[in-house]
Design a protein around this ligand. Structure first.
Ligand SMILES: [Fe+2]
Length: 245
């Protein structure tokens, strides 16, 4: 295994979204990540989940709570001497108002960089996705598209996601999709994108220590075998170090 893999997509902060529900589970997830070879994570709680229905003030409150919980989590990691480096990001649900909220600091970029992680609705059209990407590019953000293989418009034709790459996005595939845990369509789409060299990051998108976990060793081994250990190291660590740490 390469030294120090990085997981850039993980719902590890307790009680802030549909991921870890308490600190105990968060610490179990941290241990599992370490066991699987990960030594750095960017915690990515959901942001802007109410499709713009939230008042800005409520979204701001949610983000403040995320910052507080992140500090508590970091302290717990330190207290236990776990060798896990933790950073803060956010998986932002794409809506017309998301870019403005990001610009105002109401939503969070990845590790305080000019990079944001965005997700789309599974059934969003290619046109809608493109608009949301353009809005982020217009404010000078480089978008990372979370799990492109899970969107219908990409499953129909991966060239939709190829266009996002040409626009300046980077694509993050989910471990679970590569392992076939989300069914046949995302599995087929993710392998097609891997084969075309379109994927920059593999993340766990882990939500708990019991299912959809952050244990990355299995996917590292699969990518090493199918491509090469160097490719696996790039997708699971080197690229994150280069662009996000
Ligand atoms: Fe996620």
């Amino acid at each position: 295994m390469p030294e120090g893999m990085t997981d850039i997509h993980i719902h590890i902060l307790p009680g802030v979204d549909d991921g870890s529900q308490d600190m105990e589970d968060s610490l179990l997830m941290a241990s599992l990540a370490l066991e699987g070879g990960v030594d750095t994570i960017i915690a990515t709680p959901h942001g802007n989940m109410s499709e713009g229905a939230y008042l800005k003030e409520e979204e701001q409150e949610h983000t403040s709570m995320i910052r507080e919980v992140f500090e508590e989590f970091r302290q717990e990691i330190d207290k236990r001497n776990l060798p896990l480096k933790v950073h803060l990001g956010m998986e932002i649900f794409s809506t017309p108002g998301a870019a403005a909220m990001l610009q105002q600091g109401i939503l969070l970029p990845m590790n305080d960089r000019g990079v944001c992680m965005i997700e789309f609705g599974f059934e969003d059209s290619a046109l809608i996705c493109r608009r949301r990407i353009e809005e982020m590019l217009d404010i000078g953000m480089s978008p990372i598209i979370a799990h492109p293989e899970r969107y219908t418009c990409v499953q129909r034709d991966v060239r939709t996601a190829e266009e996002w790459v040409y626009m300046g996005c980077r694509l993050q595939a989910n471990r679970g999709s590569i392992l076939g845990r989300f069914g046949r369509k995302p599995n087929r789409a993710v392998w097609e994108m891997l084969n075309r060299g379109m994927i920059t990051f593999i993340g766990s998108d882990a939500h708990s220590p019991y299912s959809r976990t952050p244990y990355m060793k299995d996917v590292y081994e699969i990518i090493s075998e199918e491509f090469s250990p160097k490719t696996a190291a790039r997708l699971l660590g080197d690229n994150a170090r280069e662009y996000l740490l």
